[in-house]
Design a binder for this molecule. Structure first.
Ligand SMILES: Cc1cc2nc3c(=O)[nH]c(=O)nc-3n(C[C@H](O)[C@H](O)[C@H](O)COP(=O)(O)O)c2cc1C
Ligand SMILES: CC(C)CC(=O)C(=O)O
Length: 409
């Protein structure tokens, strides 16, 4: 049967714990291929290979055809352990906001224009002084080794290869420095300030040393949401000796929490005084807080409800977007995440005023299914869909995707 990469210490993991991570990944891959009856593919998928394992191009057509990110979700559900699946896919309470994020996109329809030259499509966007190849960013997702042994390093390598911006979570398993060094990625850093500002300062120093120019401050996590699905998994992850939180190594005194329920808007001035990164607030869901973000000098915001994992009964993020875009009025970039599963979702978010979008679970499904290669497939699928949708809707570049392209039903 498949290897169980759920919490360390499980019966399968006992057998695996002394193995090199690459070897573990390869075994996981081979077991999976065997399980779906395509073991010959072990020789055609080149990302992680054992000595003597050769690639054979004539077998390439046998690579399973992932039509959309849901195919990756399905595959990851077969490869990963139950705890990992629940941690990844679960939300707060009854996971209604998780569903709302996805379903809300169906209440928006596209008004396509005709006879527009779409022979060349540009997906480039300008963000914080840099030109990004495309507006699809990898959201910060913690504990990625729980999904695949190569964790954040696999995701970062995929992001470099496919030219997507990646945001590293404070609670990544590999440290931001290891991820940057091994992938050569130009990363942004997501911050959970601790109650101990000296520790927070050290986290910022580590991020800056790893080359991060943008600090994404998550503002929706004064405490952790009621994660009924997966139950105690998150607490176990935070305290796990095996799946360490790389960024906190050697700096987190015993008993110091990784969230701070006392955090207020003052944190923005404190961050300004203690780092040189751009400051982006992640988790804004109202017009009022968008106004405060401007007042306190944030450089950008991400409209997010943490993928429905924090407060249940929040509106879907795409429903929150218009009032926030109106309030911000072009003064700073407004990004969005939550429920984006299709190129058309990205198109709709951009039409409603988002500068770029972030995706969480979709790239992790790829990671859980096939490691780096799976993340690459997820990114290819979403970017491919976006490009085709831009052609079909009649918008040849991102700036041409305006409000007129969508209508709410
Ligand atoms: C498994 C998992 C771990 C996450 N970890 C973090 C984190 O460490 N920091 C953070 O700001 N958001 C975290 N998030 C939230 C994501 O950044 C993002 O807001 C959310 O996944 C977007 O929704 P989507 O998964 O529907 O795309 C996490 C989400 C998931 C699914
Ligand atoms: C709360 C964090 C420790 C991790 C996280 O952001 C998440 O699991 O959603």
């Amino acid at each position: 049967m498949l290897l169980d990469f759920s919490l360390p210490g499980g019966p399968e993991n006992k057998k695996m714990e002394n193995l090199d991570p690459y070897l573990k990944a390869e075994i996981q891959r081979r077991k999976f291929l065997e399980w779906i009856g395509l073991s010959s593919l072990a020789l055609t998928l080149p990302a992680i290979s054992l000595p003597g394992c050769t690639t054979s191009p004539d077998k390439a057509e046998e690579i399973p055809d992932f039509k959309n990110v849901f195919d990756l979700e399905e595959m990851s559900g077969k490869v990963m352990g139950k705890d990992a699946i629940d941690y990844l896919n679960g939300g707060a309470d009854d996971s209604k906001t998780v569903k709302a994020n996805v379903e809300a996109y169906q209440r928006i329809q596209i008004r396509a224009r005709r006879l527009i030259d779409v022979s060349t499509i540009s997906t480039k966007v300008e963000l914080f002084g840099k030109t990004l190849d495309n507006p699809i960013i990898l959201s910060p997702v913690g504990f990625q080794k729980f999904f695949h042994p190569e964790g954040e390093i696999a995701s970062a390598k995929a992001s470099v290869k496919k030219k997507h911006q990646m945001i590293v979570s404070s609670v990544s398993n590999y440290s931001v420095n290891e991820i940057a060094t091994q992938s050569q990625a130009d990363l942004w850093f997501q911050l959970y300030p601790t109650t101990n500002r000296e520790v927070t300062k050290k986290l910022l120093e580590r991020a800056e040393k790893a080359g991060c120019k943008v600090c994404v401050l998550t503002v929706d996590t004064p405490v952790i949401g009621n994660r009924e699905r997966g139950g105690t998994t998150l607490t176990k992850l935070i305290n796990s000796k095996e799946l360490k939180m790389g960024n906190y190594e050697g700096i987190l005194p015993e008993g110091t929490g990784i969230d701070d329920p006392g955090l207020t808007w003052e944190i923005i001035a404190w961050l300004r005084a203690n780092c040189n990164m751009k400051i982006v607030l992640k988790g804004i869901v109202t017009r009022e807080d968008a106004a405060l973000a401007l007042e306190y000098g944030a450089d950008g915001i991400i409209v997010s409800n943490h993928g429905g994992r924090q407060l249940e009964s929040l509106r879907s993020t795409i429903d929150c977007l218009p009032e926030i875009v109106e309030e911000i009025d072009g003064k700073i970039p407004v990004l969005i995440d939550g429920g984006i599963r299709r190129g058309t979702d990205i198109f709709k978010a951009l039409a409603l005023g988002a500068t770029a979008v972030c995706i969480g679970r979709p790239f992790c499904w790829g990671l859980g299914a096939l490691g780096q290669e799976g993340v690459e497939i997820a990114l290819d699928i979403l970017k491919g869909e976006l490009v085709r949708d831009m052609q079909l809707a009649g918008a040849a570049s991102i700036e041409k995707i305006t409000r007129d392209f969508v209508i709410r039903i």
